[in-house]
Design a protein around this ligand. Structure first.
Ligand code: MG
Length: 300
């Protein structure tokens, strides 16, 4: 055991020495310390810096929220869409939803709702468990812009999680798009949208095209007539990491010199070279060349 420990210690010392010899790259950026965020006990719980929109009690964070039914900790669509009173731009959004236990209708008529980012860009909510519809209209699609990368739907009545990362579009002063919007979506732990570039607001009738809008907007939950359930809705506003460049990137430390080979290695290399030369000489091609040369010599 003591011998094993000694070997481990020597290996660590050797590694540290190796790093010390190599040059280290430094970015030249002075980064601010990232803010401390206390996560929930499980990943579905709101972290300490989250804005909680619905925790199962009421929909007071939403305009028109009093029209929906809140029952057993879940919000159920009724009487029109609801929109957050507060407006948001780029965000990490967590939503849990369940398709109605009682299966009614088919295609777009079965368990339909939606999450509209900035009130404009719909991440589709639909009962896509053994339910055929157009692919850019199934659960996890950006409605009529892209199909999701997979169908990770749980059975009707079971809870699904959507974890969305949304980068809001940025417009120039003249209204042109400077940076389009992007959506990443993880459904029940499965990646459905991988930084998808939005083509504009989602529409049932119009081809998508951007129309300039404010830097923030509401999150809207769609009323489509189906008793889809929602619960545990929270978000984190995204802020970029902050740093300022103090210099161009640079290396520090001494450049590692190639180590001279040990005598044993030099001898081994020489042996190998010798063996290779002999093998080449014995090869049929070399033999043939030799014979040809001999014949030629004789002929002369
Ligand atoms: Mg919908």
């Amino acid at each position: 055991m003591a011998y094993r420990s000694l070997v481990v210690i020597l290996a660590i010392v050797f590694n540290v020495c190796s790093f010390a010899e190599a040059q280290e790259w430094k970015s030249g950026v002075d980064w601010q310390e990232p803010p401390l965020v206390s996560p929930g006990t499980t990943n579905d719980q709101a972290p300490s810096d989250a804005i909680v929109l619905f925790n199962g009690t009421d929909l007071s964070a939403f305009e028109n929220g009093d029209k929906w039914l809140v029952e057993d900790g879940a919000a159920i669509p009724k009487g029109g869409e609801i929109r957050t009173k507060q407006h948001f731009g780029s965000m990490q959004l967590h939503v849990e939803w369940s398709a109605p236990t009682e299966v009614k209708g088919s295609g777009q008529g079965r368990g339909n709702s939606g999450i509209f980012l900035m009130g404009l860009y719909e991440v589709q909510v639909l009962d896509s468990f053994e339910n055929e519809t157009y692919f850019d209209g199934q659960a996890g699609s950006i409605y009529k812009q892209t199909a999701p990368l997979a169908n990770a739907m749980r059975k009707p009545g079971e809870w699904n999680t959507y974890d969305i990362v949304f980068n809001a579009p940025v417009f120039k002063v003249n209204g042109d798009v400077e940076t389009p919007g992007y959506v990443t979506l993880i459904h029940n732990g499965v990646l459905l949208l991988n930084h998808f570039e939005l083509l504009g607001p989602t529409s049932y009738v119009d081809a998508p095209h951007y129309v300039p809008h404010a830097e923030t907007g509401p999150i809207a939950l769609q009323f489509h007539g189906d008793p889809v359930k929602f619960r545990n809705i929270w978000l984190r506003e995204l802020k970029p990491a902050v740093g300022h460049r103090t210099s161009a990137g640079f290396h520090i430390g001494k450049k590692a010199e190639p180590k001279p080979k040990a005598d044993k290695q030099v001898k081994q290399d020489a042996e190998k070279a010798k063996e290779k030369a002999k093998a080449d000489e014995d090869s049929p091609k070399v033999e043939a060349e030799k014979k040809k040369a001999d014949v030629k010599a004789v002929g002369e």
